[in-house]
Design a protein. Sequence first.
Length: 358
Amino acid sequence: MNNQELIVTDNIIDELQIEEKNILFITGADSYEAFHIHHGINELWRDKNWKHIRVQGEPTVSLVDEIVQDLLFVDIVIGLGGGSVLDTAKAVSAVFVDKGSIKDYLPGIGDKTPSGKRVKLWLCPTTAGTGAESTNNAVIADFEEGYKKSIRHDGLIADKVIIDRTLNAKAPRNITSSSGMDAFVQLLEAYFSHKEDDKLRILIEEAIIDFIKYFPVVLKDGEDLQGRFKVSLSAYASGIAITKLGIGVVHGIAGPLGGLTKINHGIICARLIYPALKAMHLKALETNNSVFLERYNKLCSLLGKDLLEVIDLLNIVINIPKWDTYEISDEIKEKVYYEGINRESLITLSEEEVLAIF
């Protein structure tokens, strides 16, 4: 589906043999030591010139710019962590070559287009979710300005992805649940895209079935390596899916809403997919949208249950905070809505229908 090399392992140290001399290594703020691989990394790269950056929270304009400005030489960027770490690595690898501020390359904010050139890039996901390791974009926030935007180019697709099942098993339950639901929503939105790709849609169906089967397993037992492996592959597939087919209204809402409120992206996805899909299904029935209904019914058949019921049960298992926990004013809702909010969805919801979702 893309040009990435995908490696699945139970010992990531074995896969981090690097020819390049100058390495930028980006990890989570606290997770790196918890993985107990730092001694192995120190020994493996003892003859290298490598710099370690720890990322706390979501990548921001100021964070990416600060990292790039402090770099003199880098031959390869390696990101090891969740979606925020991987997006940071992607953005840094590109802006180091293109120069300037990451803000210059964000659509609707800057006036430059990414060239697609970057330094060598390896990504190592550790949350069995988000699918950031296989996408062609990096989501960057500016919470002071109140936005989240994506730098996007096929050149941002990493050269290599390394999935270590044992590291995925160390992800806390709250991270597993929120990042996993992000990937699940990406699969659903790509599946109900107006873009056509029959072969990829079959892959999405398989990924959705595996996710539904194994996601509750890893929520119950985070160290179930088979479950982690299956959910990781579903997340990887979700990244490929949205790169090829695009996303829908939930992610259309999640970007601006997250920038304005700082609500966790995965929580937004988990809480909005049910009302969004319900609204689309109802409109498909009203308008006799046969393509949407055919795909919806096929998923229900494959799952052996109504899709909306499956989503509702997932949210119960996850126990993500209820939506009314967050105070979202009408003013924020009005700022969230924009003309392209439906993105690549088969069903276009009106402004009134979109605002009713959240």
